[in-house]
Design a protein around this ligand. Structure first.
Ligand code: HSE
Length: 335
């Protein structure tokens, strides 16, 4: 059994990490929760007992075997490497984007590249959108050889953390109650209730947003594809709670076969094929929320391109997109 530490356990992702550790049989001997001066001293009730939040220090975190960082990138940049340095440092799984693009630091979706963790102490957990989409794309890539990919996303408020979820709920209530004609916004660039916003994270020089480029950069790194591999994304925020949806057009080297694609998706770990149009069954945020598996459906041959498939993927972005992925990475490393 291991000493496990979490920094940021009261945030949207941190809470889910505690929940996933509780539900899976992760061998926790002692759970330690580290926080700022503001949260130190508070108690968090967990299956592993009541845990008093300790003031974070690198030395205290280094006493753990595994540390999950569910904090912002600046915190990770300042502390992650010190927590894992040396033979007696902890294994660190970082949920921010601070280390995702650094050479020598693995970016891992365990069902795809668990072997990248070998001999490493600091692992980057991917962007949620990318992790969810690649769960479906990877088995198809193995079968037909991915050539190009275009993704359109429909991303939930939880991608902006608990404050994003609160802004959606509170804003929706204020409009429905007649208190306001249009909801207020602080977290999102525009009011999210009764709206969709084609803008997530900062705009880049090439006209894409950082969220969109994360899909490009991270797909290449996780799947071991060349640095110029063509992946394009439009990322859109929609007023759902915590499951991200993605429409994906994937072009392949080899001719595609629907029956073979369905079989590969049915057999892929972490994937649930939900694709029965006669009974109106397809992936949706309502059904994917709270689930570990990513739902994949609406699978069809794309009629605009040769050797191309088009499909719809939905995954709980706090679970597969963050907490579950982090815990499965840790499981792969301590096995
Ligand atoms: N950046 C994502 C979003 C969150 O805003 O939906 C998880 O990477």
């Amino acid at each position: 059994p291991l000493n496990v530490g979490i920094v940021g356990a009261t945030g949207a992702v941190g809470k889910e990490i505690v929940g996933v550790l509780e539900k899976r049989s992760f061998p926790v001997a002692n759970l330690r929760i580290f926080g700022s001066e503001r949260s130190a001293g508070k108690n968090v009730e967990t299956k592993f007992g009541s845990v008093t939040v300790e003031l974070f220090s690198e030395d205290a975190a280094r006493e753990c075997d595994v540390v999950f960082l569910a904090v912002d990138g600046d915190f990770s940049l300042a502390h992650a490497e010190n927590i894992c340095a040396g033979n007696d440092g902890a294994v660190v799984i970082d949920n921010s984007s601070a280390f995702r693009y650094k050479e020598g630091i693995p970016l891992v979706v365990p069902e795809i590249n668990a072997e990248a963790t070998k001999g490493k102490k600091l692992i980057a957990n991917p962007n949620c959108t990318t992790a969810i989409g690649l769960m479906a794309v990877w088995p198809l890539h193995k079968l037909f050889g991915l050539k190009k990919m275009v993704m359109s996303t429909y991303q939930a408020a939880s991608g902006a953390g608990q404050p994003g979820m609160d802004e959606l709920m509170e804003g929706t209530r204020s409009v429905l109650s007649g208190e306001r004609a249009v909801a207020e916004n602080k977290i999102f660039a525009h009011p999210l209730p009764f709206n969709v916003i084609p803008h997530i994270d900062k705009f880049q020089d090439n006209g894409y947003t950082k969220e969109e480029m994360k899909v490009t950069w991270e797909t290449r790194k996780i799947c071991g594809l060349p640095d110029d591999f063509p992946v394009s994304c439009t990322a859109v925020r929609i007023p759902t709670s915590r499951a991200h949806s993605e429409s994906i057009v994937a072009l392949f080297d080899k001719p595609v076969d629907i029956a073979a694609a369905r079989k590969a998706l049915e057999e892929a770990p972490g994937v649930k094929l939900v694709d029965d149009i006669d009974n109106l069954k397809y992936p949706m945020p309502l059904t994917a929320t709270g689930q570990y598996d990513v739902e994949v459906g609406r699978l069809r041959k794309n009629i605009a391109f040769d050797n191309a498939l088009e499909f719809f993927v939905v995954g709980d972005q706090l679970l597969r997109g963050a907490a579950l992925n982090a815990v499965v990475v840790a499981e792969a490393m301590v096995e």
